[in-house]
Design a protein around this ligand. Sequence first.
Ligand code: Q46
Ligand code: ZN
Ligand code: ZN
Length: 323
Amino acid sequence: MKGMRCRKCGELAVINMRQHRLALCETHFVEWMRANTQRFIEKYRMFKPDERVLVAVSGGKDSLALWDILLALGYNADGLYLGLGIDGGIGYSDSSRVCAEKFVRDFWPDARLHVLDVKGAYGESIPEVAQRSNRGRGKPCSVCGLIKRHEMNRIAYDLGYDVLTTGHNLDDEAAVLWGNTLHWKTEYLARQAPVLPADRPGFARKVKPLCRFYERETAAYALVRGIDYIYDECPFAVGATSITYKELLNQMEKDRPGAKLDFYLSFLRAKEDGLLAQAGTSTDLHACDRCGQPTSAPGLCAFCRLWEGHTVEDEGPHVVIVG
Ligand code: Q46
Ligand code: ZN
Ligand code: ZN
């Protein structure tokens, strides 16, 4: 890397992407990230220029990089931050919210950021719900995932967005793929894709425009752009199996640059060729009695069951718009 030159202009390179045999300077790297994001949006038919996009923003590098790229590309993209109420001795949720709000102030003061604080809206933070409902054996991740999925979908749908985007990168996708393959979770494999269409009423379309970028590329993008993001992982991520899978894949990547990308792209190609066509999700869904979102269980959906016996504002929680 030392002394490497940008392939496009000969200036000093800031990143060397061995898997692409490409070194680039700051300016050309930013250009490359944006041009490729646009290419992936078109290739996977994620959304069109006139559609309204909601970006799930966590305050981390991936989601802030994604939002920045979409705004720079001229998309009509608003942010959504969910306050989970996780402290972990580092004020995790508070600091991540500060990063999301600072990003708007510093870079895109006209951008709109929706903020929903789970405790403010429902009376309990994620760790509190997890503890009360006795789920997850001390780790609130399953409750957290459930609440995030439900609320993101609800807000995207209720506020009339055409599509919900998340900042999942290649390392995330490859780790999920690795885990699902290891256990042959065919139903999950069938649903893992850059685009999840809104093929049933009540569901928002979900897309992952950064799914082909390595984590070090999204991190470099945030760094080069001078975006302040939360460096700490969520304190509950410690010991997660996905981290072990990422390390394994990094080891493979070290020996064979491009292995991770190849693993993921070969999977997408195999699926296009009909692999897993039988494993599609044909579960019958109906509207939840309380919130109306689609669910396979009779009566209440899993999210509403979490709050059974707890008073929730009748008209539903409000989203605060910052900026
Ligand atoms: S699920 Fe678990 Fe994450 Fe929620 S509690 Fe933290 S680690 S944030 S992606
Ligand atoms: Zn250059
Ligand atoms: Zn419900």
